[in-house]
Design a protein around this ligand. Structure first.
Ligand code: ARG
Length: 574
């Protein structure tokens, strides 16, 4: 809103486009200089004057507008809003739907491929990132006028399931698999590969089982279903704790009966070529290696399934846009799949987008390499919650519902610790760091939010005392709290800075949606919490008058909604 006010003034006197003006604004290096600075260089040609000269004239004109003052500084016009004239309307604006939910999506349907762990394998850190980033994008896009549709594309198909079945048939135990599905599957998998080294017939056995599975053999099917069911049970526990649900859980197996059509389509277009007995699509135009479609033994492969999947999402789910939140290491795979779609004549292939992210490592001895290379995610979550509980008990021993809040804070620390990074960056995750209440962390934002809520409670109590007893108690000694304490300004400098920060929300949300970048929102939440804490340190709030209370309340609401967008809870007490 602040920018719009300044924009209108500049547009009126220069004839520039609104968009251009908006993109040119800068923040003055010193807050005393003004609220926004407009550089006049672009106008020099148009008006055939020096930018400095233009700045002076423009400042003069802008100053004549009601509620604005302006001064020239070199080639810049520094514009200052008259605070008392704008504070009420700015606060009101922050509550409007157009401000909070900018519609840039116009109902476009966006299918988001997210999480997508592999059955019978551990839920990896990459899958955690995909889950957390995907869920945040889902909410951010939903908030900005898109219709997001989340799909958990489970890795539940492929030759490895043939091996899994073969191993289970030889050495498996139902009870053990029920008890520890992933651990037991992993054991079988490892044993299979060890023994296959001496006994190559095992590999054939595995291949044969997968072939039977693809052909719908009952026994293979039943065993496979059992693996999927027990693994999914384990994943679901984690999704629950992360507070994640999906619109669709459709594994790769779902496309089993849809792949022949894809192969036929590619064949009809003359795209399939033989290579060592396998069928591939050459992608020389794109300077990519050929995309494998069917293996020698006629079984399908990862890219084949992704082709069928994309077509299904386009045709049946009516996706206007297809996003794949998958680690950067699969870049080539998606380039190939999208290129094959294009060759196959699917013009919408351009609406497919890989949304990659960088590697994350868990630092800190305890988490790193227990049980080989695999970090057990559930243990990481437990550890985070246990540590959060310790911190909370120490800070606030009388807090009720400590356990539930520790869960919110511990899980929140992990989610925020991931999302605050630009998604392409590699992350060295430290649980200790993610849990500090003072750093750039989820708990810091949550804590600031809770602190405002309790402040507001105090303020309410204060105003109750005020209205019921001010006549007899307070007025008796001639002490009217409001008049005495409120500084001459409605919000004070720190309060004004906070209001300007809240005013950025609209623009930042749009940016996060355009760039598919949740870190923009995380950064916004941190900046807002910091701006509030400065306000809290410098100004009276509880007895500081209605505008300050309102500002605090709107800050809490906005922190809560940014936390929600990122997938964190916002407890009222901590
Ligand atoms: N299950 C795959 C893996 O863990 C990720 C799947 C990503 N989604 C897709 N449509 N290929 O590597």
């Amino acid at each position: 809103m602040l920018l719009m006010i300044a924009t209108h003034a500049i547009v009126a006197h220069t004839g520039l486009e609104e968009k251009e003006v908006l993109s040119l604004f800068e923040v003055p290096p010193q807050p005393e200089w003004g609220d926004v600075a407009f550089p006049c260089f672009v106008l020099a040609k148009k008006f055939r004057k020096s930018p400095q000269h233009i700045a002076m004239e423009l400042a003069e004109l802008v100053s004549r507008e009601a509620g604005l003052t302006a001064s020239a500084s070199g080639a810049y016009v520094n514009i200052t809003l008259d605070r008392s004239a704008h504070i009420p309307s700015m606060l009101a604006e922050l509550r409007k739907a157009e401000f909070l939910k900018p519609n840039i999506g116009y109902g476009q349907r966006v299918v988001i491929d997210m999480s997508s762990p592999n059955i019978a394998k551990p839920f990896g850190i990459g899958h955690l990132r995909s889950t957390v980033i995907g869920a945040a994008l889902y909410r951010i896009l939903g908030e900005t006028g898109y219709v997001p549709i989340s799909v958990n594309h489970l890795g539940d198909w492929g030759t490895q399931f043939g091996k899994q079945i073969a191993a289970y048939k030889r050495w498996g135990n139902e009870e053990q698999l029920q008890h520890d599905p992933i651990g037991e599957s992993l054991k079988l998998y490892v044993r299979f590969h060890q023994e296959a080294e001496h006994d190559p017939s095992l590999e054939d056995e595995g291949r044969e089982w997968f072939r039977r599975l693809e052909q719908g053999d009952t026994e293979a099917q039943q065993l496979w279903e059992f693996f999927v069911e027990v693994s999914l049970g384990e994943f679901d526990r984690m999704y629950q704790r992360l507070n994640i649900s999906f619109d669709h859980v459709l594994g790769e197996s779902f496309y089993n009966d849809k792949m022949q059509a894809v192969v036929a389509q590619l064949r009809a277009k003359g795209l399939l070529e033989e290579s060592d007995g396998a069928l591939v699509v050459r992608l020389e135009d794109e300077q990519l290696p050929p995309c494998l479609i069917l293996k020698k033994d006629g079984t399908t492969i990862y890219p084949t399934r992704d082709l069928a999947t994309a077509i299904y999402r386009h045709e049946v789910m009516k996706a206007d846009r297809l996003l794949y939140v998958v680690g950067g290491e699969q870049k080539l795979h998606f380039q190939q799949v999208f290129a094959v779609l294009k060759h196959a004549g699917e013009t919408w292939a351009e609406q497919c987008e890989h949304v990659p992210f960088g590697l994350m490592r868990f630092a800190g001895k305890k988490m790193s390499t227990r049980r080989g290379k695999v970090v057990k995610l559930e243990e990481v979550l437990d550890e985070a919650v246990a540590r959060a509980q310790d911190i909370i008990t120490e800070k606030n021993p009388n807090l009720l519902e400590q356990q539930a809040i520790a869960e919110d804070v511990g899980i929140g620390a992990i989610i925020f610790g991931d999302l605050k990074n630009n998604r392409l960056n590699e992350v060295d995750f430290s649980l200790e760091e993610a849990l500090t209440f003072e750093g750039e962390t989820g708990p810091y934002v949550q804590y600031t939010h809770a602190r405002i809520r309790s402040l507001l409670e105090k303020a309410r109590a204060h105003s109750d005392v005020d209205s019921t007893s001010s006549d007899n108690v307070l007025a008796q000694d001639g002490h009217s709290p409001d008049l005495n304490i409120v500084s001459d300004e409605m919000l004070g400098d720190a309060g004004w800075a906070l209001l300007k920060q809240l005013d950025r929300y609209h623009g930042q949300l749009i940016r996060a949606a355009r760039q598919l970048e949740p870190s923009v929102i995380a950064r916004f939440a941190l900046d807002t919490a910091q701006a509030f804490n400065r306000f809290y340190a410098k100004e009276r709030i509880v007895d500081g008058g209605q505008w300050r209370i309102q500002l605090a309340e709107q800050t809490a609401d906005m922190l809560a909604s940014t936390l929600r967008l990122l997938g964190l809870k916002a407890p009222n007490r901590m």
